[in-house]
Design a protein around this ligand. Structure first.
Ligand code: NAP
Length: 463
């Protein structure tokens, strides 16, 4: 894929970028090592000061960077502003909490004695340069949720961003530089995915985190495995949104619309499969379909737009294939299922609801990365749990119920990294984020995320 800004609302190529050459990659890897040598021993107070300054700059830049994101990947401008604000908030959260989250741990005195020590502790030390391979869908947030904890832990970052968001990628490097980070603490490597293997195999790169599709994750995890380097994988999702008969069905339907179409439907944690108990199925489907039909599809730069274009032409083709396959196999198309007629350019797709889904349809097992929902009818709790788990993915899940026994059952049995009751999945700096099954492994955010890229060191003292 060329490294370029292509406006998804028009299909027009606005700017192209040359990938970094070998010499420049080499220079930047060397710089990362030098920067780590200094940054790893800076005091938490100094790290917090730098990250706080980055947050202030980001707040000041909010309108500009929001427009850049919308231009590059088509998210509604209102969502782009919210994303920038969320990033600044997460930076401040880590600036405030990192020291406490990485404080030395002291085992119980009896255990220390039992180990033969006079004193023992556990220390969280940084590990070095972490390569972050990132996707375009939340082009600021995906990077910040890696960078803020990594920099606070004393690591340095190398960003290989998606090829369709180069201006956002360059903005990030500039942001950390302007905040006062020493040169090399956070660098953007404008390279295509073909360059990742050599960078990851380089001994100056200690570990990698990847957020993206399963094929990309499999490739990077395999290379890192071969090099025995730590990885965190945040991959695809096909999250269930279960509505039990005890739920507030209208409220569930309203939230379901948001949960499905956030970010033009291109969110890993978007609810994608709607599993509804038979008693409330008709009411839910009626409200949900009406909500999806009422959305304003339009120019993402317009304040009133709910759903903009898909980010790439290929993304729309992939989505169309999934819908066409389901319709061919006799799914019921309740709304959408086509490109809106009012646009003669751009990669728009109408919010779509499909029901009567059967296991042989591709959409039953694959991730629909766009505003397309599948709805299933289930008789009761056991069938709801089984269907929720009938997917290769396990990122997060949403369950609507007012029954305590049902809450307990879903919290115990859903195979996913999160269970959100009576609401929709959202990330927060204080809560761990990540998946099970083929949605990946490891966690981001909270102390768990920050400690993924630490050398957890036992410090033991004899006499
Ligand atoms: P993608 O094609 O996998 O791209 C993600 C990143 O990986 C890009 O930087 C891409 O670079 C790079 N890449 C692609 N193939 C690679 C390879 N073989 N080796 C090394 N790097 C490679 O994914 P996407 O289409 O941008 O993003 C959509 C996917 O991300 C969806 O499946 C979504 O669910 C998932 N996602 C997951 C999370 C989560 O937290 N779990 C969050 C957001 C998105 P190029 O752009 O240069 O190809």
């Amino acid at each position: 894929m060329p490294i370029a800004t292509v406006n998804p609302a028009t299909g027009e190529t606005l700017r192209t970028f040359e990938a970094l050459g070998q010499g420049e990659i080499e220079r930047r890897l060397a710089l990362a090592v030098t920067a780590f040598g200094e940054h790893r021993t800076t005091a938490f107070g100094r790290r917090a000061e730098l990250l706080g300054r980055a947050a202030d700059l980001l707040d000041a830049d909010r309108e500009d960077i929001a427009r850049t994101m919308t231009l590059e990947m088509g998210k509604p401008i209102t969502a782009a502003r919210a994303e920038a604000a969320k990033c600044a908030k997460a930076m401040r959260w880590y600036a405030q909490h990192a020291e406490e989250l990485l404080a030395d741990e002291h085992p119980a005195p009896a255990d220390v004695k039992d180990s033969g020590a006079t004193r023992a502790s556990v220390r969280y030390r940084p590990i070095g340069a972490v390569l972050a391979v990132m996707p375009w869908n939340f082009p600021l947030w995906q990077v910040v949720r890696f960078a803020a904890p990594a920099l606070m832990a004393g690591n340095v970052g190398l960003l290989k961003h998606a090829s369709n968001v180069p201006q956002t990628a360059l903005y990030l490097e500039d942001l950390f530089r302007r905040a006062g980070y020493p040169e090399g603490c956070f660098q953007t490597l404008l390279v295509g995915s073909g360059a990742v293997e050599a960078i990851l195999r380089d001994s100056r790169v200690a570990a990698a985190t990847l957020t993206g599709s399963e094929p990309a994750g499999r490739s990077v995890a395999a290379i890192a495995g071969d090099e025995v380097k730590k990885t965190v994988m945040e991959l695809g999702g096909s999250d269930p949104f279960v509505v039990m008969a005890s739920a507030d069905v209208e409220s569930a339907a309203r939230t379901a619309v948001k949960a499905r179409v956030q970010n033009n439907g291109q969110s890993c944690i978007a609810a994608k499969r709607f599993i509804v108990q038979a008693d409330v199925y008709d009411t839910f489907v009626e409200h949900f379909t009406a909500g999806m039909r009422d959305l304003t599809v339009g120019d993402p730069m317009e304040e009133s737009t709910d759903v903009g274009p898909l980010s790439t032409e290929q993304g729309r083709l992939d989505l169309e294939e999934l819908v066409d396959d389901a319709v061919r196999l006799r799914a019921t198309l309740r709304c959408g299922g086509r490109r809106p007629e009012k646009f003669d350019q751009g990669w728009y797709y109408e919010p779509t609801v499909l029901s009567d889904i059967t296991p042989e349809m591709r959409i039953h097992q694959e991730e629909a990365f766009g505003p397309v929902a599948t709805v299933y009818r289930v008789a009761g709790l056991d069938e709801a749990v089984a269907l929720a788990n009938d997917t290769p993915f396990g990122l997060s899940s949403n369950v609507w119920t007012r029954d305590d026994a049902e809450v307990e059952r879903f919290a115990r049995d859903i195979e996913a990294g999160g269970v959100f009751f009576n609401g929709m999945t959202a990330s927060h700096p204080a809560l761990p984020f990540g998946g099970a099954k083929r949605s990946g492994y490891g966690r981001e955010l909270s102390g768990h995320g920050m400690r993924e890229f630490c050398n957890i060191t036992t410090v033991w003292h004899g006499a």
